[in-house]
Write a protein that binds this ligand. Structure first.
Ligand code: UD1
Ligand code: CA
Length: 598
């Protein structure tokens, strides 16, 4: 709470400071200068006024100042000495970018937003998102695109889109390429707020952005560019970043973070004054540059007017032979533009997922966050680090979740529920006061109030239980409805069954619902009593209050309040065991003929 307030307030202070200096707005911007309202002026802290470099944003939160405060192990590179990998102006390589036509849906302008632009208050520039989701993700060693891998119940890329939405960015263009159809489907292609651009060949992040150029034609706001592999990114971080960018007035802002082990990520290279000069990818970095611990998170805000045109000057003259989006920073710096860096303090949230280990770490982070949020809202966890609750699951207060429980997908849990150790609940709802004992598997089921399930129960899709129903150990249900207070406490299979209220299903009852060709229904009316070890051969109906004797095989309907009994009559042969049972040993039992045994 506190930190959110802080980050929202800081840029306001920053704007106030800047107002006093009244810098003219950059002419290159496509939007006319927007008069800023006078803001309360605060006295700047002395450290803030020391650096006055072009890409330094004096009012930035302290955390975003360069490493010149000495807290980072960052070699400083003056921009002038850094080798350039850019083609001269004019040599734009435009011809290489011919494959941006999207074959699945005609390429159009930006998608319609529910709410039109965000310029109402005269200060906010419109922001649209550009999500890079065309890469395969080789380091995952997977058949499917990295972005389709599930993290806490959603494909990775959907977390990113969800975060942009919750941060108030209404429109997004997603760049797809590898497994385009699957990625598009996973994201939800019916959504009007989304548009898709196609990158036929994966020639780098810069190339991917250029594939969306047509979508940005005529657009004058800011573009929030995000790698699609950031499942743990929080909306509030994006909001703070957008605030920062607006206040910085730089045409490009970049999110960075500091890692103890920065291996694999692009490093942020600053000059002697601590200002950002460029990003160097690990594969292109010198040993000295690799020691830099500040990394690029793959989250950028760029004024649309400073995006595609300068980016076309980036070349693929690098170790990976790709067109890097990160080269845009050096290009803009060389053009004399400012580039602002927003340093995020919680690396866990802004780290790209590249391999399975990082995938597990991201999932862990999301599960931990979800548990924390639920605990704040009144849910108890016996051991929050050993519990797995997907992002969209809802849990009511005073519910207790035991270790090893997995609450997945679109599950909704009521209040005062107990979820036993090792139980897995997917896309199901559980009513108030219900107890799920350990080791139950529940999928696409609806469980009413005050029920008791398990231990070791398997509730399959289409199971629906009214209040106070009981399902005990080793009971499996499928497409079955149990009315109020009905019980199936032991060793039972109920498939395609409609069961009324107050019925008692004895241990070992089996609905024989499948005849090898089709499925048939079993109807058990209110207050039916079924004795143990009964087979109900469907289709069959047991009418109200019927009583089935234990061990019966029921093949015909049973009228109301009658007894049905279909087992063989018991025969007793007195003293038979004395002669032929184990007691008969020593009297030639080894040689007795088998046919004499009944
Ligand atoms: C990128 C950054 C690196 C940063 C890191 C943060 C570049 C050149 N490097 O590296 O500085 O530290 O992210 O995680 O940008 N993609 C496409 N088309 C392509 C290539 C990639 O759409 O041709 C997409 C991928 O699907 C992915 C994102 O871009 O969602 C980033 O690609 P990835 O290969 O993960 O980049 P990194 O090497 O991690
Ligand atoms: Ca990555």
């Amino acid at each position: 709470m506190v930190s959110r307030k802080k980050s929202a307030r800081r840029p306001a202070r920053a704007a106030a400071r800047r107002n006093r200096k009244t810098k003219p707005r950059r002419a290159a911007r496509s939007l006319p200068a927007i008069p800023r309202p006078a803001l309360p002026v605060t006295i700047p802290r002395p450290s803030m006024s020391i650096v006055r470099q072009p890409n330094h944003f004096p009012g930035a939160p302290d955390a975003n100042h360069g490493p010149h405060h000495g807290q980072l192990n960052t070699p400083l590179h003056p921009t002038a000495t850094s080798g350039s990998s850019f083609a001269p102006r004019g040599a734009e390589g435009r011809g290489n970018l011919a494959n941006s036509a999207y074959p699945l849906r005609p390429v159009g302008p930006l998608p319609e937003a529910d709410k039109p632009g965000r310029r109402r208050d005269g200060q906010k520039r419109e922001v649209c998102a550009l999500v890079l989701a065309a890469g395969l993700g080789k380091r995952m060693h997977s058949r499917s695109s990295k972005l389709l891998h599930q993290v806490a119940g959603r494909p990775m890329v959907r977390h990113v889109i969800e975060a942009t939405r919750q941060a108030g960015v209404a429109r997004a263009v997603v760049i797809i390429g590898s497994q385009a159809e699957e990625v598009r489907r996973a994201i939800g292609d019916g959504d009007k707020r989304l548009a898709f651009a196609f990158q036929k060949e994966q020639r780098g992040t810069g190339h991917a952005v250029l594939c969306a150029e047509r979508h940005l034609r005529g657009y004058e706001g800011d573009v929030l560019i995000l790698n699609g592999d950031l499942p743990a990114l929080r909306p509030r971080t994006l909001r703070a970043f957008m605030e920062f960018h607006r206040a910085s007035e730089a045409p490009l802002s970049l999110m960075t973070t500091v890692l103890e082990d920065p291996r694999g990520y692009g490093r942020v290279i600053r000059n002697y004054a601590g200002d950002l000069s460029r990003i160097v990818e690990e594969t292109d970095a010198t040993r000295e540059e690799r020691e830099t611990q500040e990394i690029n998170c793959g989250i950028y805000l760029v004024d649309a007017a400073h995006l595609c045109k300068p980016l076309k000057r980036a070349t693929s003259n690098n170790a990976q032979g790709e067109i890097y989006l990160t080269d845009l920073i050096e290009i803009l710096r060389k053009d004399g533009r400012t580039v602002a860096a927003y340093r995020h303090e919680e690396p866990e949230e802004v780290l790209g997922v590249n391999d399975r280990r990082e995938l597990a770490a991201a999932a862990r982070a999301l599960y931990r966050r979800k548990a924390r949020d639920l605990m704040t809202a009144g849910v108890s966890f016996i051991d929050p680090d050993r519990t797995y609750v997907d992002a969209q699951v809802k849990v009511g207060r005073d519910t207790i979740i035991e270790p090893g429980a997995m609450l997945l997908g679109d599950t909704i849990i009521g209040e005062d529920v107990r979820i036993g150790a090792g139980s897995r609940v997917l896309d199901s709802s559980i009513g108030d006061g219900t107890e799920i004992l350990p080791y139950c598997v529940i999928g696409e089921a609806r469980i009413g109030r005050a029920c008791r399930i398990g231990p070791f129960a398997h509730l399959r899709p289409g199971t629906s239980l009214d209040e106070e129903a009981r399902i005990g150990n080793f009971v499996e249900t499928k497409k079955t409805h149990l009315g109020k207070g009905s019980k199936a406490n032991h060793l039972t299979y109920l498939g395609d069954a409609e069961i009324g209220r107050g019925a008692n299903i004895g241990a070992g009852t089996i609905t024989c619902n499948y005849d090898g060709v089709s499925k048939h229904r079993t109807i058990i009316e209110d207050e039916v009593f079924i004795g143990s070890d009964t087979q109900l051969v469907a289709p069959v109906r047991l009418k109200r209050g019927a009583f089935i004797a234990a061990g019966s095989t029921i093949t015909r309907d049973v009228p109301a309040h009658s007894l049905a009994l279909s087992r063989a009559r018991q025969t007793v042969k007195e003293n038979w065991a004395r002669r032929f049972g184990p007691q008969a040993k020593g009297k030639g039992s080894d040689t007795r003929p088998a046919k004499r045994r009944p």
